[in-house]
Write a protein that binds this ligand. Structure first.
Ligand SMILES: Nc1nc2c(ncn2[C@@H]2O[C@H](COP(=O)(O)OP(=O)(O)O)[C@@H](O)[C@H]2O)c(=O)[nH]1
Ligand SMILES: [Mg+2]
Length: 298
């Protein structure tokens, strides 16, 4: 699945808004207002909507086509981040995945391991979601499907011990990328905070400096609420990047602008489907152009 297909639902909102705005060389006040409303429903942050509105009002004087104005402002807002290069990551690199239940952590861990394998690395999947039996089983099945090493914690077991064992196994088996899946009970509960802290401490004990990255997995269906979640996690455990899942099912894909502007974290990957190949490195231009595509390409 590509960006254009993946952003089908969000794009529908943008396309509606754009068609109106593009109809006249200088969009009038009502058109701009309608456009702003539609952008807000796509969870584009208010501040950015206001910036777009201002720019559009000035578009005529600058003689810049409306679409170009739109594209320029959006590209500027989403910023750029260098794509993650699996081949260039030092060995071993330990990546901790956090996020609430259902956000797509386990699936994403598997997708990442798959990418690492394709890049010639030897990943290990660690299942530290010891709260739900299904969680560990799911990761074990993925590891088998992808064909990579795994350490699966027992249900009810100690997540920090699984984290330690995963690093231990990775070092013993010569694995160079460790992806650790964690439990995601509601972030507001004290125990999760303590558990994540214990997991980090256990990792650092086995391999000083680990984890090297902590990525939060955010469900795009939640739109701006996902940004609030991320902020809460950020307080619990320092995050270094964001992965947005389920962009394919969401009409709130505009929330990625809020991720960039409000969290100041790089968006690394986007989930565009459920299969192991449906995780795209985040591509700012591809994302913006997919939002602005008004043709019926879905
Ligand atoms: N359409 C779609 N579904 C996804 C994506 N990522 C995960 N899912 C689905 O979301 C559900 C929850 O995912 P899971 O990995 O179990 O979430 P976890 O509780 O955070 O580990 C599963 O049914 C996944 O197949 C995505 O990018 N697109
Ligand atoms: Mg899970």
């Amino acid at each position: 699945m590509n960006w254009l297909q993946g952003l089908r639902k969000t794009r529908a909102r943008f396309a509606d808004a754009l068609r109106h705005a593009l109809a006249s060389p200088r969009p009038d006040e009502t058109t701009i207002e309608e456009l702003a409303d539609l952008l807000v429903t796509a969870d584009v942050p208010l501040r950015l909507v206001q910036a777009i509105t201002r720019e559009l009002e000035q578009a005529a004087t600058r003689r810049e086509p409306v679409r170009d104005t739109f594209r320029r402002v959006l590209l500027n807002a989403i910023g750029s981040a260098p794509a993650l290069d699996w081949a260039a990551l030092p060995a071993p690199t330990v990546i901790l995945l956090v996020g609430i239940n259902g956000s797509g952590k386990t699936t994403t861990a598997a997708k990442l391991a798959h990418q690492a394998r394709l890049a010639g690395r030897k990943p290990l999947l660690g299942a530290a979601d010891t709260w739900r039996a299904a969680g560990s089983r799911q990761l074990a099945i993925w590891a088998e499907r992808i064909g990579c090493e795994s350490v699966i914690g027992a249900t009810g077991g100690d997540a920090a011990a699984v984290a330690y064992d995963a690093l231990d196994a990775a070092l013993a088996r010569g694995c160079d990328i460790v992806l650790l899946d964690t439990a995601g009970r509601m972030h507001t509960r004290e125990p999760l905070m303590r558990e994540l802290q214990k997991v980090r401490t256990a990792m650092d004990k086995r391999l000083p400096g680990a984890p090297h990255h902590t990525w939060i997995v955010l469900d795009a269906m939640l739109g701006q609420n996902a940004v609030i979640q991320a902020r809460q996690f950020h307080d619990i455990t320092p995050l270094t990047g964001v992965i947005a899942t389920k962009l394919d099912g969401s009409s709130k894909g505009g929330f990625l602008f809020a991720v960039r502007q409000e969290l100041n974290l790089p968006i690394l990957f986007a989930g565009l489907g459920e299969g192991e190949n449906d995780l795209a490195p985040f591509d700012p231009a591809g994302y913006v152009d997919a939002l602005l595509a008004t043709g019926d390409t879905a």
